[in-house]
Design a protein around this ligand. Structure first.
Ligand code: GDP
Length: 423
């Protein structure tokens, strides 16, 4: 039996969803352990193309139990929309295959409002939030001022707490932002419209997982990547949660467990959504071409993603912070149009070359050091073994493997489930 985490090594959008969808076949349970509906995992399978925001990517496989852990934050209204959308493609979702932690904080409509109001207040200094209320709800979690889903089973307790929280929250909404305030009745009816429908799915998911630990194979699915980690990412241009593998057992409710395997997902080039330093960034024609080839538009927001070449400095840092035991390299087929493959091998920090990922306060000063490798310039999407790949593509993979110091065990050459090379 084994516990495995599939995590992002860079800025997110590395193609984790497709890796979970593929690797989940060997697992009994898939757990989302952090984040909310702010990210989007794109999964393409026999049912169609899906952008999952909260549901674990194991939802499409029969016999897999999917868990939303205590480390996630849940907007009941948005989760129900997502459940309905997936169901409309003929996929059964019931308390048998979806379990939601009774300790997960609720994202309220005022959290969404606050996200929008704060980004508007910041103007040009904005963080590039997806405006789903994620930062406000995590902030409230640590201030002990939000409601956990399980409190729905204790209406009197919930009502009393929500009343106190609302008194505090309305002060902020009104006095800081001049925004809309909420009444207790309004929020209670929102909860009875949406929260109530989630009740059948709620349970002590930590207890459930601890009960099967060592007896079943558990896969932990992260959202985003190391550079968006609130502790170790490019703070403050981070998410408000921990996309690290090390957080998986905590966010799942089984803090005493160990991971046997950590698969770090790396894209063959870099992309980033939102604001903040992005050292290897391309602009202009070069960027548009890569963005179009890779269809790099946000799964959650549709925003065009910032793009650039593979960044070894960031990737090596990501591999280390994730404690990755192996790497899955995705979207290498997208590079096929290039005559030469650019790689950012080092950063130039005020005239000094460095291999170290810089401290957030100075990273904006770093310039990429770019080296070029020979391209392969032909279609590789049909290759299913390492040997079938052109020599230049093999060399590219081996060179990346060497510089990041981690074995590349999976290489994807297309979006579909079978477009994968296993090494
Ligand atoms: P995630 O959040 O890490 O799952 O990343 P995204 O939602 O951005 O997913 C990556 C996108 O690339 C999705 O549209 C996938 O279907 C697609 N994709 C994943 N792997 C490959 C690949 O190897 N080749 C190509 N061409 N597309 C891929």
């Amino acid at each position: 039996m084994s516990n495995c985490a599939i995590v992002g090594i860079n800025w997110g959008d590395e193609g984790k969803g497709r890796m979970v969808d593929l690797i989940a076949a060997d697992y009994d349970v898939v757990v989302r352990y952090q984040g909310g509906n702010n990210a989007g995992h794109t999964v393409v399978n026999e049912y169609g193309k899906f952008a999952l925001h909260l549901l674990p990517s194991g939802i499409f496989r029969k016999n897999i139990v999917n868990v939303l852990g205590n480390g996630t934050v849940i907007d009941p209204e948005k989760l129900l929309e997502e459940i309905e959308d997936v169901r409309s493609h003929g996929i059964a979702i019931s308390p048998e295959n979806l379990k939601i932690s009774d300790r997960a904080p609720i994202v309220f409509p005022y959290h969404r409002d606050q996200d929008v109001l704060e980004e508007a207040r910041l103007l040009d200094a904005k963080y590039g939030s997806t405006k789903r209320g994620i930062a406000p709800v995590y902030g409230d979690k640590y201030m002990k001022k939000t409601i956990m889903l399980g409190e729905l089973f204790y209406p009197d307790y919930l009502k009393k707490r929500l009343e106190g929280i609302l008194e505090w929250k309305n002060l902020t909404l009104k006095n800081v932002y001049g925004g809309k305030t909420y009444s207790l009745d309004e929020l209670l009816s929102w909860l009875s419209a949406y929260g109530e429908q989630l009740k059948p799915f709620l349970c002590d998911t930590g207890k459930y997982l601890r009960g099967i630990d060592g007896k079943k194979n558990i896969l932990f699915e992260a959202q985003l990547g190391v550079l968006r980690d609130v502790d170790f990412g490019i703070y403050p241009y981070t998410s408000s949660s921990a996309p690290l593998a090390a957080y998986a057992p905590i966010g799942a409710g089984m803090p005493g467990t160990k991971l046997d395997r950590v698969i770090g997902v790396v894209k063959a080039y870099s992309t980033c959504v939102g604001e903040g330093p992005f050292t290897a960034e391309w602009f202009g024609e070069e960027a548009s071409r890569l963005r179009e080839e890779g269809a790099e538009y946000g799964a959650a927001t549709g925003r065009p993603r910032r793009v650039g070449p593979m960044d070894i400095v960031a990737t090596r840092y990501g591999v280390m912070m994730q404690g990755a035991t192996e790497v899955a390299l995705t979207k290498i087929d997208i590079l096929s149009y290039m005559e030469q493959i650019p790689v950012c091998t080092q950063y130039d920090l005020n005239g000094k070359k460095t291999d170290e990922f810089p401290y957030p306060a100075i990273i904006a000063e770093a310039k990429p050091v770019i080296e070029y490798m020979p391209g392969w310039n032909c279609d590789i999407s049909g290759c299913r073994s390492f040997e079938e790949l052109p020599k230049a593509a093999q060399d590219y993979i081996l060179s990346i493997e060497k510089s990041i110091g981690c074995p590349i065990t999976n290489i994807s050459v297309g979006a579909s489930r079978d477009a994968i090379i296993r090494r």
